[in-house]
Design a protein around this ligand. Structure first.
Ligand SMILES: C[S@@+](CC[C@H](N)C(=O)[O-])C[C@H]1O[C@@H](n2cnc3c(N)ncnc32)[C@H](O)[C@@H]1O
Length: 263
């Protein structure tokens, strides 16, 4: 099966039973979401900063490729973070590396408001936010081979077997991620669920554009601050597994092929 077909098939695997059936029209295929929209209480501060800052650093979802140089107003290494939660880790990393640009994706409004507040309070100039499904942002907005790195810290573990299909890190999405990395760019994932760690190791190892920087799991990189979910996991007695893969330097030809296929 061609990469494009397998990605499309995977992303749209299991057409959502609740998909819009329309009146007499064919069902619209939707990929299975890796999140559920939670109400969650939005504090006054989160709401205020969300409103004020998303007008400045928010990037509305559109089915059109982003010009990242224009978005950040400079040329610099671009690091994507998927599912930043309340954004403490994102803000800490962005503050430590002013020479890099950071694009955070999150769907949860209190979390987006929280990162907006941290960005405003710390005067960070290198953080932008998209509040939308990361699968669609990667697929529709990010150009192939445009990212120097990707962070996915403690993605929702979906521990019940019947929910495993909701896990973000599955082969089709990993192929999409790999296509958006520059050759040499890294993908750093961490989880506190052992069976998800094993799944990540298997799917990342099977992606031909990627190579492992470690043999198996990676030592926890110094630059990754402890995230909120990690602290919670540790309180519950969970272990933590880091995985750091790189896009192969020699994957240029494959990159060109995939650029055509994902375009
Ligand atoms: C378990 S939390 C981890 C948050 C944070 N990284 C941490 O370690 O504290 C996972 C986050 O990913 C977000 N998320 C899940 N799937 C997503 C998707 N497809 N697009 C954007 N955000 C997503 C959820 O809203 C949630 O906030």
């Amino acid at each position: 099966m061609a990469v494009q077909e397998s990605v499309a098939a995977g992303l749209e695997a299991g057409v959502d039973a609740s998909a819009d059936m329309g009146s007499g029209t064919a069902p619209r295929a939707r990929h299975i979401r890796s999140f559920v929209r939670r109400q969650g209480r939005v504090s006054n501060a989160q709401q205020r900063y969300h409103q004020e800052m998303m007008a400045k650093i928010g990037v509305p979802y559109a089915a059109a490729r982003l010009d990242l140089d224009m978005l950040f107003g400079r040329v610099a290494p671009r690091i994507l973070e998927i599912g930043f939660g309340m954004g403490e880790t994102s803000a800490a990393i962005a503050a430590l590396h002013p020479g890099n640009d950071y694009l955070g994706i999150e769907v949860h409004t209190p979390g987006v408001g929280s990162l907006c507040k941290l960005v405003a309070e710390r005067g960070l100039h290198n953080q932008r936010i998209v509040q939308h499904d990361a699968v669609e942002v990667l697929r529709d907005m990010l150009p192939p081979a445009s990212l120097a790195g990707v962070h996915i810290f403690f993605p929702d573990p979906w521990p019940k077997l019947r929910h495993h299909k909701r896990r973000l890190l599955q082969a089709p999405f990993v192929a999409l991620l790999a296509s958006r990395l520059q050759p040499g760019g890294y993908l750093h994932c961490a989880t506190d669920w052992e069976d998800y760690a094993q799944q990540m190791l298997a799917v990342l190892s099977a992606e031909t554009l990627l190579e492992n920087t470690a043999s198996g799991y990676a030592p926890r990189p110094e630059h990754r601050p402890q995230t909120r979910f990690e602290q919670r996991g540790r309180r519950l007695g969970h272990g933590v597994w880091d995985l750091v893969f790189r896009r192969r330097l020699d994957s240029l030809q494959a990159e060109n092929d995939r650029q055509d296929e994902f375009a």
